[in-house]
Design a binder for this molecule. Structure first.
Ligand SMILES: [Zn+2]
Length: 554
């Protein structure tokens, strides 16, 4: 993901919460609560709440403002890098998101987001993540609920408390503003409409959600748009209905998805269908005017799928496709079953074909690493980007264009600098609040592919291949963290690899490379720390990008 502009709305963790004089006052100093850390206010709240509610109703009916409920506050699930993402107290099972697009990508979309969830604790009040839209009404189990906004959270007071283990249905009627999202991610305004790029923290700029990959859920999208446009979203289309000047498309994914991987794209598009291995339906979506130009690229996908399946086993979803957007995002993104690519990746004459293919493979590989097996926290991002970069590099190697060993040696040289700049692979330094997507640093790309190379050197190619297949099979459609990977690697190797991997994953300095005692990491300097091989998330324009390796690129 690209660097973004500062967000003045980023809440700051850790500040104390003042007592609020009444229910609707926003807390300007939000803080985080981990689901494992009881909030100091919780015990008394649970006891007092029903009486408070009655008192509040009495006060309101008397035309007064009650003075007792604590202020709503933004919450999070305690992610070490994004403490305000996600919310405690419930597990989302399914989203059903209806969006109505006017045809003008500067205007807010009308939306209704329905969330089916299960309470994991008693809920007198709970939060969703949401910004960049107005909220007209909220219901919980069909009853009107109170709500307020604070930080990037929507705080909901259900009419009746929800008991632990109970299911609840939340319905939020709201708008979704593609202009307010701007350069921060969320909606991406394209030449002919909109697309979505929510990684890592921007899905909630588009729809209310529990915006953390630890809470995957099923998704249905219903997109209404002028009928001369084409709408697509994750998962196969299950219906299209025309009413007057509009059409409504319905898409339903068959597997759970992290919010950051949601995709909704609307534009003057052509939908191109192919068939992949084992009859897998392929659906590519490209600007209609570019169809002929792009078809030769789209025809490469079946070969990429076969190549990946040889390494990692069966493709884990029911459809795949390439979504080409006429937009200057500066990145590609593995949105589930429909990877988002910038048009210029395919049209820039200075980018060699093998390089473009390796980037296509990178986003495809994410469907095993990141989309099916999803990082449990953002500190586990190396499991996703490291593997995607590994297959990107391996494809370039096996197609005879760029030696894996040479690329890894150059990564080794730069590795100490990358660790100094961004932290070690499995404990990346928190992104600065003025550049949240700075999480996507070289250390999580080639710096983490280097960890996989070291592991393969240590346990051998056969065991490494087994590990890749078992990892993607045993954690398919689930979430997994670094400790799970170390455990499985040890099981496959038949010996405890905790000690070996500790330095590779958490060390300030890069350990010695097994089999290459002559490799040396350069001493970090300002230049080496800032330098980076261009990545799949990096800018795609520029003449030196593609063939550049190691720390010299942009
Ligand atoms: Zn990636």
């Amino acid at each position: 993901m690209p660097p973004t502009t500062p967000s003045p709305r980023i809440p700051r963790p850790g500040a104390p919460r003042p007592r609020a004089p009444h229910l609707r006052v926003q807390d300007p100093r939000p803080r985080t609560r981990s689901p494992h850390t009881p909030s100091p206010r919780t015990p008394s709240l649970r006891v007092r709440r029903p009486r408070l509610r009655a008192a509040l109703l009495a006060a309101v009916s008397a035309g007064l403002v009650a003075a007792a409920l604590p202020a709503p506050e933004p919450l999070g699930i305690g992610d070490p890098l994004y403490p305000h993402l996600g919310n405690p107290g419930y597990d989302v099972l399914a989203y059903d998101i209806a969006l109505t697009y006017s045809g003008d990508n500067r205007k807010p979309l009308d939306a209704l987001t329905r969330i089916d969830a299960r309470a994991t604790e008693r809920l007198d009040r709970f939060n969703l993540d949401f910004s960049h839209g107005t909220v007209a009404s909220v219901t919980v189990d069909g009853r009107p609920a109170g709500f307020t906004r604070t930080g990037e959270d929507l705080v909901i007071d259900p009419a009746l408390p929800v008991a632990p283990g109970d299911r609840l249905t939340i319905a939020v009627t709201h708008t979704s503003d593609p202009v307010a999202a701007g350069a921060e991610g969320g909606w991406v305004r394209t030449a002919d409409g909109l697309a979505l790029a929510g990684q890592p923290h921007a899905a909630h700029r588009v729809f209310p959600c529990n915006d953390h990959p630890a809470d995957k859920a099923l998704f249905t999208f219903r997109v209404t748009a002028p009928k001369d446009l084409v709408a697509v979203a994750n998962g196969p289309a299950v219906a299209r209905a025309v009413a007057g000047p509009s059409a409504t498309w319905t898409f339903r994914g068959d597997h759970p998805m992290a919010t950051e991987l949601a995709q909704v794209a609307i534009g003057r598009s052509a939908v191109v269908r192919h068939t992949g291995p084992h009859g897998l339906p392929l659906r590519d979506v490209v600007p209609a005017a570019d169809r002929k130009l792009l078809e030769p690229w789209l025809r490469r996908t079946p070969g990429h799928l076969r190549w990946m399946e040889e390494k990692t086993g069966r493709y884990p979803f029911d459809t795949y496709g390439v979504l080409v957007a006429a937009a200057s995002t500066g990145f590609q993104l593995e949105t589930q079953t429909l990877s988002l690519f910038e048009r210029s990746l395919f049209t820039d004459p200075e980018l060699p074909e093998w390089y473009v293919e390796s980037i296509m493979v990178h986003e495809l590989a994410h469907h095993w690493f990141g989309n099916s097996v999803t990082p449990r926290s953002w500190s586990d991002l190396w499991l996703s980007e490291g593997h995607a970069t590994w297959y990107e590099a391996l494809h370039a190697d096996e197609s005879g264009h760029e030696q894996l060993e040479r690329r890894m040696r150059e990564a080794y040289t730069a590795s100490d600098g990358w660790r100094a700049a961004g932290g070690p692979p499995a404990a990346p330094r928190p992104p600065a609040t003025d550049a949240k997507t700075a999480l996507f640093r070289p250390v999580v790309y080639d710096g983490s592919a280097l960890v996989l190379y070291a592991l393969r050197q240590e346990i051998g190619a056969a065991a490494f291949g087994t590990l890749q297949r078992r990892w993607t099979a045993e954690y398919a459609h689930a979430t997994a963290g670094t400790a799970d990977f170390v455990r499985l690697a040890s099981a496959v190797a038949g010996r405890d690899l905790t000690g070996f991997l500790r330095g590779w994953l958490y060390g300030e300095k890069t350990p010695a490379m097994p089999g290459h005692p002559d490799w040396r990491a350069a001493t970090p300097t300002a230049a080496s720390s800032a330098g980076a091989r261009p990545t799949a998330h990096g800018p795609v324009a520029g003449p030196v990008r593609a063939p550049v390796t190691g720390a010299a690129g942009g």
